[in-house]
Design a protein around this ligand. Structure first.
Ligand code: HEC
Ligand code: HEC
Length: 162
């Protein structure tokens, strides 16, 4: 190979390497930080879950209510469901917990069962405890009451939407 060709190839390789390093800006995610997608980030230490026993307003009627008490160490596996020890219909009087609603006894065909439905067995799939921390991402959700109130205040805006 002629010297000039060798130089040309070397130059092309340099340009390629340079453009690669420029475009490979690390991805930043609020929860993962700059950990690459294929690597697991170090999990943050467990927080101090809110335990004030104050039931929170639901943002919409279908929202699974959040848990206002600690749940550390509550067993939920094929042998036992600690949550149902308090939240089942028959335990409500002793525990004063809100019994799970009828949807928790329904199978996917809408049949009401005598026991908690397997679809609702693993409570923490849907219900979560709360930590007293700053939200990681912003949220502009408005509940239906605010939407109705705004519509009453500005009837012109709301009629346009229909
Ligand atoms: C020792 C009894 C007890 C156990 C066990 C228990 N809870 Fe509760 N839970 C309560 C009581 C009592 C309340 C009412 C608010 C309060 O006192 O914290 C409640 C409130 C809740 C609420 C709020 C309901 C609403 O309408 O706002 C949710 C959701 C909930 N619990 C889920 C769970 C889940 C999930 C588990 C298992 C991981 C669990 N609870 C285990 C007693 C219990
Ligand atoms: C697949 C999601 C899902 C799972 C799993 C689930 N829930 Fe719920 N839960 C909901 C939703 C949605 C609501 C609110 C609407 C409703 O009642 O269906 C709710 C409501 C509740 C309420 C309030 C009931 C009321 O009448 O105000 C309690 C208490 C509760 N769940 C406890 C539990 C417990 C305890 C478990 C585990 C045995 C559980 N949930 C499993 C979705 C779920």
């Amino acid at each position: 190979m002629k010297l000039i060709q060798k130089l040309g190839i070397a130059l092309m390789l340099c340009v390629g390497a340079a453009s690669f390093t420029v475009s490979a800006e690390p991805l930043y995610d609020k929860m993962r930080g700059t950990t690459p997608l294929l690597e697991a980030p170090k999990p943050p230490v467990l927080g101090n879950a809110i335990n004030d026993d104050v039931r929170r307003t639901r943002n919409y009627p279908q929202q699974p209510p959040v848990i206002p008490h600690r749940i550390d160490g509550y067993q939920i596996d094929k042998n036992f469901n600690k949550c149902m020890d308090c939240h089942s219909r028959s335990k409500a009087e002793i525990s004063q917990a809100i019994p799970v609603s009828i949807t928790h006894y329904q199978d996917r065909d809408g049949n009401t069962l005598g026991q908690i439905s397997t679809r609702r067995y693993f409570c923490v799939q849907c219900h979560v405890g709360q930590d007293n921390v700053k939200p990681l991402v912003g949220n502009t959700f408005q509940d239906v009451d605010s939407v109705i109130l705004n519509a009453l205040k500005n009837p012109a805006n709301s009629s346009k939407k229909h």
